[in-house]
Design a protein around this ligand. Structure first.
Ligand SMILES: *[C@@H]1O[C@H](CO)[C@@H](O)[C@H](O)[C@H]1NC(C)=O
Ligand SMILES: *[C@@H]1O[C@H](CO)[C@@H](O)[C@H](O)[C@H]1NC(C)=O
Ligand SMILES: *[C@@H]1O[C@H](CO)[C@@H](O)[C@H](O)[C@H]1NC(C)=O
Length: 215
């Protein structure tokens, strides 16, 4: 059979359009969950937030900070760095946020619908902790979660116990938070896959090493 010389490029173009729809479109349930995150986190005083445009169209894999697996079309990365409003003072080079905004508490359960989630970034959002019974322990069912970036928030030592069940974690950053005093390395025992841990920029005095920690 002789191939029509136009059919191949046309077929390729159609396939590319299909692929891009698959990449940018997303599951209804994940889109709904992303909109709940927006409702929960968006601060109307911060109109530069990446969250602002979420929901303007239905193609949630193309929303800022949202990435999807090109094959399954499921969300595999959510990066919400500074979505609640820190500002750079260009004369001093210092980042700051309206102090009157105060601490903010996260509902980690909002991320539970993303069963393929590999990377979650929540840096620089003034998060002081999680709301009662909706802490990071809820995410232990996300068994593909490998990277959790919580830097530049206001987490204190109590965050560590809530991370114990996240056994698939390889990269954890808590840099620039309010951790202080003694840290028991036992808190990291169950994170057996951990390759990288960043606790810099805290007020940690020392590490108490209990049995079972060997890295
Ligand atoms: C946290 O989010 C979940 C999922 O949206 C919701 O069911 C729950 O009521 C929320 N909890 C609080 C305390 O707002
Ligand atoms: C640590 O953070 C939690 C909120 O996650 C809060 O309830 C607790 O009071 C804080 N502890 C201290 C010593 O500030
Ligand atoms: C750690 O910080 C908390 C406030 O977040 C404070 O209450 C506590 O005394 C501090 N502990 C040490 C050992 O510095």
């Amino acid at each position: 059979m002789e191939l029509n010389r136009f059919s191949l490029p046309v077929a390729a173009a159609i396939m590319m359009i299909n692929a891009s729809l698959l990449v940018q479109g997303c599951l209804e349930e994940e889109r709904t969950a992303l909109l709940q995150i927006k409702t929960s986190m968006f601060d109307p005083d911060y109109m530069a937030s990446a969250l602002l445009s979420w929901g303007n169209d239905a193609l949630c894999c193309g929303w800022p900070g949202v990435y999807c697996d090109p094959i399954t079309g499921r969300v595999n990365e959510i990066d919400l760095f500074n979505v609640r409003g820190w500002f750079m003072d260009h004369s001093t080079g210092v980042w700051s946020r309206d102090a009157s905004k105060g601490d903010w508490y996260l509902n980690a359960t909002l991320f539970l619908p993303f069963q393929e989630l590999n990377t979650l970034g929540l840096g620089m959002n003034d998060i002081a902790g999680c709301v009662a019974n909706e802490g990071f322990e809820k995410l232990s069912r996300l068994n593909k979660l490998e990277s959790l970036y919580l830097g530049f928030n206001n987490f204190n030592n109590s965050v560590l116990s809530s991370l114990k069940g996240l056994s698939s974690l390889k990269h954890l950053s808590l840099m620039g938070n309010q951790l202080n005093g003694s840290i028991d390395t036992k808190d990291f025992d169950s994170l057996s896959k951990l390759e990288e841990l960043d606790l810099s920029g805290n007020e940690i005095q020392n590490f108490v090493t209990s049995t079972g920690f060997n890295s």
